[in-house]
Structures are given as C-alpha cells and as structure tokens.
Design a protein around this ligand. Sequence first.
Ligand code: ATP
Ligand code: MG
Length: 266
Amino acid sequence: MDEKVAIGNHIAEHGVAGDGATWAVELKEARKTYRTGPIEIPALRGVSLRIAPGEFLAIAGPSGSGKTTLLNIIGGLDRADDGEVWVEGKNLQLLSSGELAHMRLERLGFVFQAYNLLPVLTAMENAEFTLLLQGVPVERRRERVQKLFLEIGLAGLENRRPGELSGGQQQRVAVARAMVTEPVLILADEPTANLDSATALSLLDVMEKLNRDHGTTFVFSTHDPQVMERSRRWIRLRDGQIASDAAHASHVLPFVDLDALVKFSK
Ligand SMILES: Nc1ncnc2c1ncn2[C@@H]1O[C@H](COP(=O)(O)OP(=O)(O)OP(=O)(O)O)[C@@H](O)[C@H]1O
Ligand SMILES: [Mg+2]
C-alpha cells in the first residue's frame, strides 16, 4: 500500500498518536434517506469516519453523492435516520432540537457556498451576529471582530455592506462570522464554489491560517481539485458511501508521530 494512503487510513481508522484522543467527529454507519411522497432517495448509505481535532479535511464527490447531507448531519442541521453521529463527544442522535441548536451556536461554525450574509447589515454587523445571539456585549463583539478582520485581511471594510464587497471579501466575512465565536469545528459547504481560482486559493490561505493559529477543525466539501490539493486529508463520497479516504503525507498533522504511524500501518 502507498505510504501516504496507509497513513491516511491509519488516521481515519485510529486517529492521531497518543492516548485518549477524543474525536472531533465520529460517524458509525450513518444513514439518511430522504422521502418525497412515495419516492425514497438514499443520500447516505452507511458512512463511518473519524475526524481528529485540528484536521483540515476536504469531502469531495460528484453532485448528489451526499456531501451536503453529510455536513448537515455532522452540524446537527439534519438528523441521520440510523447509525451514530458523535460530535465533540456528544451523540447527536440523543440531543433534543434545543440542545442541537445550542451546540451549533456555541461549538460550531458554518460557511455556505452562497455566503448567506444579511444584505442590510454591514460586514462588521454580519460578522458579530452570532456573538449578538450569545449575548456578548457590544464592545467585546467589536473587539473580537476587529481582531479577526485584521487576521484575515478585511481591516478597513467593517462598514461596507455585502453588496459593496467582492465575492471573495463576502466569503471572508462569512468565515469571520463562523470563527468569531471561537468554534471547535467549522463546516463549510463548497465555500469556494462561487469564487475564481485565485480568490478561492486566497480563501484557503485564510482557512489554513485559522486552522493553524487557532487549532480549529475545518471540514469542507468541494468539487474543486485545487481545493482538495490543499487539504491534508480528503474523503471521496460516491452514491452516499465513502469511496476513498487518504491523507497527504506532506501535510500530516504536526503532532502525529509519523515513524510510529508508518511502522504501525505496515
Ligand atoms: N431535502 C431533500 N429532499 C429530497 N432529496 C434530497 C434532499 N436533499 C438532498 N437530497 C438528495 O440526496 C442526495 C444527496 O444530496 P446532497 O445534496 O447531499 O449531494 P451533494 O453531494 O451535496 O451534491 P452537490 O455537489 O450537487 O451539492 C441527492 O440524490 C439529492 O437529490
Ligand atoms: Mg451539496
């Protein structure tokens, strides 16, 4: 077996080296079937995976393969019909809708393909929105957003409305909105799909920097080979199942003991 595939499989199967690693995400045989009238559409057909804290992971696969369904189930926006979905050590299947909403607000961040910014709010107001929901006082909100804007190249654009920003800038605001609560996990559904390739790469720079500096786990879906190339691990879905799961050897997490992993996987 190719070494990098072996390492990828090892991480996928056993997580990072060291004891007591709790998974950021763990799915066991998760299934989801959509029903519209008499028609049943199987979107996830038994997906099992483990994502370690701090991973930077891409989910790829053709249209209709289940990427959005998988992200929505991990993010508690939708529920699996069967199997187990664990996020941050919590079994989402056992949480009430209120508890799921609380987890989304406090622990997770979401980035969508279409940015989903509120057009009447400024960049600053959009980015601070979740902090507002959390009841954080205005000075602390502004301070946090300003710091993030500086980190991701949005300083000076605080008072622009989405219509006065480029697509790449709008998506950065959306990333800031997702990051501002300091979530442990960001789920991004095709975050670069509406961006040209140079802008897509610079958004990836931003996400990588936040992943590196804050340790935030990033899971994003993509159709874009250049985005996959920049991820450290990629999972390909096909027809609602995992077709492959591999890591870039050159990108393996810094705290993984590579020698031990390679020996282990032989
Ligand atoms: N709300 C829904 N009702 C019925 N069927 C749905 C619903 N959402 C998704 N599906 C179906 O489930 C399957 C998986 O859809 P999903 O949106 O997860 O795919 P995807 O990989 O994200 O595709 P894309 O790349 O086009 O975004 C598809 O066959 C889709 O038609
Ligand atoms: Mg999708």
